[in-house]
Design a protein around this ligand. Structure first.
Ligand code: S3P
Length: 181
């Protein structure tokens, strides 16, 4: 069993790339943030506000355990903090091949400067928060990943093809788009 798991900082493109990869390789996709929001029936911002970050982190671990139980080969995009827990990194190794989407703080800031959905960067100085958090997290992402892909200044298509070229998963046998069966 080997899924492709995308890790990396907020705004590095994990969800957008995950969706494209799932079409390209004809696999189902799970986005851990979306999964948690659906299961809990509220947004991540609400979970953080009402129960705190630790509670959210526990939900992330539960989500990974669930994915392991379900088995199969799929595309999994993760929340930016998921790979920071040692237990989660162990679970990720069981799930498949982890790919780190590496982005510079400037790239992240450009993408997220108007975002209001991510509690950890709703600070007085989001640019500084991004720089500091990324500095702390980058070594962990690098150590957790089997593959590293730089995303700065590159479009989705290029990054996608690089990941496909790793050959982690062959193109699956989903429904043919040209037929109606
Ligand atoms: C977080 C990243 C978010 C989300 C939550 C916490 C983090 O996901 O899980 O806000 O700790 O970096 P994205 O990386 O999809 O933004």
């Amino acid at each position: 069993m080997s899924s492709i798991i995308l890790i990396g900082f907020m705004g590095s493109g994990k969800t957008s790339l995950g969706i494209r990869l799932s079409y390209r390789l004809r696999r189902t996709m799970t986005d851990t943030d979306y999964y948690i929001e659906q299961k809990e029936g509220r947004s991540i911002a609400e979970i953080f506000a009402k129960e705190g970050e630790e509670a959210f982190r526990r939900l992330e671990t539960e989500c990974l355990k669930r994915l392991i139980r379900e088995g199969g080969e799929q595309i999994i995009s993760t929340g930016g903090g998921l790979a920071l827990r040692e237990e989660n990194r162990r679970l990720l190794r069981r799930l498949g091949v982890t790919v780190y989407l590496r982005a510079r703080p400037e790239t992240i800031y450009e993408r997220l400067k108007n975002d209001t959905s991510r509690p950890l960067i709703q600070t007085r100085d989001p640019e500084k928060s991004i720089r500091e958090l990324l500095k702390e997290r980058a070594p962990v992402y690098e150590a957790a990943a089997e593959r590293i892909v730089d995303v700065d200044g590159r479009d989705f298509e290029t990054v996608l093809e690089e990941i496909v070229s790793f050959g982690i998963l062959e193109e699956g046998e989903g429904a043919d788009e040209d037929t109606c069966d």
